[in-house]
Ligand binder design. Structure first.
Ligand code: SF4
Length: 392
C-alpha cells in the first residue's frame, strides 16, 4: 500500500472539522472567512513534517511496510527534523502502538487505518476530514489525532473536531463493523498530554443531530448569529470582527459600585475580562499592523522603525581580533553552560537522561500563580506563611 497524499495537501472544506468549534458556536463565521487565504506558518509546516514522519514509522512498525529508506531520507532532508521531533514522534508512536496492541488483545482481527478519509457529510454539507489513525476492534472505534504544536493545550474532551472525525469514521465503516462506542484521542506529545473521550454511539449521534446539524445548516447558508468566545482564537477575521469588538466593549462597560476601592469579587471579574481584552487587543493590533504594512492608513497610527540591538557581524573574526589584541578568553567568551532539561531530553533522550543524572534532576515547587478556578491544577493553600522564603 502506498503512502497517502502529502499531509500538507489535506483539503479545507468550508465546514471543516478543524474549524468546527467556530462554526458550531458562531455559524456565520464560516462564510465570513471565505476567500481569505490561509497563512501557512512555520509551525504548520513543522506539524505537517511530524505527521509525515509518524505515518512512515507507524506503517513500518505496525504494517511491516518496507519504509526504512524513506524514513532515513526524511530525516536527512526535512528541514524540520530535529531531536525534539524525534522524541515527540516516538512518544506519539508509542501511544498508537499501545492502543493497537490493546485493540488486538480485544479482537484478533483489529483493523488500523492511517490518514483515513472521513466523511461526515450526512450531518455537515461537504463535511470531511482526515483521521491520522483509526482503530476498530470489538465494537469500539478509536480515532487518534496527533497535535504537534505546544502553544495551546488541546483536550479530546468535548472537542468537536475529534468528535466529527469519530462521526465520519463511524459513518464510513459502520456497514462493515458493529460499532457501539467511539473513542476520540488527542496526543500532544510536546506537552506530555494524551486525552480520550469515550462516547456510546447513541450519544455521539444525538450530538450530531441536535448540535452539529442545525449549526451546519446555518453556517452553510451564512446565517445565524455571530457569537464571540474562545473559538475566536483561530478565526481569520478575529482582528476586525465587529461582533467580537461589541462583545469586548460590552465587557468593558462594567458598572463599578462604591466605595472608592474595588471589592475582591469585582477584581475577580475584572481579571477574567482583562484576559479576554488583552488577547483581543493583540489581534486588533496585528490586524492594523498588517493593513498598514500593506499600504493602508489606520487613522491616528503610523509605522516606524522599531528598536534594534547592536550586533557583531562576524563572530569568528571578532574572536580572532580579541585574541590578537592579547585579551584572555574570559574577557569576551561566555563559559559553557549545561542545556535546559527540555533540550537535554531532546538531544540525549528522556530515559537516557534519567539513567545518567538520576537524582540530580529535581522539580522544585513552582512560584504561586493566580489562574482562573477552571484551571485543572489543584489549589494551593493560600495561608501566607506557606509562601515564606519564596522569592517573588
Ligand atoms: S471572530 Fe469570533 S465572533 Fe467574529 S466571526 Fe470569528 S468566530 Fe465569530
Amino acid at each position: 500500500m502506498g503512502l497517502t497524499p502529502a499531509h500538507a495537501e489535506r483539503g479545507h472544506a468550508l465546514l471543516g472539522a478543524s474549524k468546527a468549534s467556530q462554526w458550531i458556536n458562531c455559524p456565520p463565521s464560516a462564510r465570513a472567512q471565505e476567500g481569505i487565504p490561509d497563512t501557512r506558518s512555520e509551525f504548520a509546516n513543522e506539524g505537517t513534517a511530524a505527521h509525515e514522519l509518524s505515518e512512515l514509522i507507524l506503517r513500518s512498525r505496525l504494517l511491516g511496510e518496507m519504509l526504512d529508506e524513506a524514513i532515513a531520507a526524511f530525516k536527512r532532508t526535512s528541514p524540520y527534523y530535529n531531536a525534539e521531533m524525534e522524541a515527540a514522534v516516538a512518544a506519539y508512536v508509542e501511544v498508537v502502538e499501545e492502543r493497537f496492541m490493546a485493540a488486538k488483545a480485544r479482537s484478533a482481527d483489529a483493523a488500523i487505518l492511517f490518514e483515513a478519509w472521513l466523511d461526515f457529510s450526512a450531518w455537515v454539507p461537504e463535511g470531511f476530514g482526515t483521521g491520522d489513525v483509526v482503530l476498530i476492534a470489538d465494537g469500539v472505534m478509536e480515532v487518534i489525532d496527533l497535535k504537534y504544536g505546544k502553544g495551546v493545550p488541546v483536550s479530546a474532551i468535548d472537542n468537536p473536531q475529534i468528535r466529527l472525525y469519530g462521526l465520519g469514521a463511524w459513518s464510513d465503516y459502520s456497514y462493515l463493523y458493529d460499532i457501539r462506542e467511539v473513542h476520540g484521542t488527542i496526543v500532544q506529545p510536546r506537552l506530555d498530554s494524551v486525552s480520550t473521550e469515550a462516547l456510546p454511539i447513541g450519544e455521539l449521534l444525538q450530538w450530531a443531530e441536535t448540535v452539529v446539524k442545525p449549526a451546519a445548516v446555518l453556517a452553510h447558508a451564512g446565517k445565524g448569529d455571530f457569537a464571540a468566545g474562545d473559538h475566536c482564537r483561530w478565526c481569520k477575521i478575529k482582528g476586525s470582527c465587529r461582533a467580537r469588538a461589541d462583545a469586548n466593549m460590552a465587557a468593558l462597560a462594567y458598572e463599578f459600585r462604591d466605595p472608592v476601592t474595588l471589592s475582591l469579587e469585582e477584581i475577580g471579574s475584572i481579571l477574567h475580562v482583562a484576559e479576554q481584552l488583552s488577547a483581543w487587543a493583540k489581534d486588533v493590533s496585528d490586524y492594523a499592523f498588517t493593513a498598514t504594512k500593506a499600504g493602508q492608513q489606520v487613522p491616528g497610527w503610523k509605522l516606524v522603525e522599531g528598536r534594534s540591538d547592536r550586533k557583531i557581524t562576524d563572530k569568528n573574526q571578532a574572536i580572532q581580533l580579541f585574541s590578537e589584541a592579547g585579551l584572555v578568553p574570559e574577557k569576551y567568551l561566555k563559559p559553557p553552560e549545561i542545556l535546559g532539561i527540555g533540550k537535554l531530553e531532546s538531544s540525549i533522550g528522556k530515559k537516557e537522561l534519567v539513567e545518567i543524572l538520576g537524582g540530580l534532576i529535581v522539580k522544585p515547587p513552582g512560584k504561586p500563580a493566580l489562574v482562573p478556578e477552571t484551571d485543572k491544577r489543584p489549589e494551593l493553600n493560600s495561608v501566607e506563611g506557606d509562601f515564606e522564603g519564596e522569592d517573588f
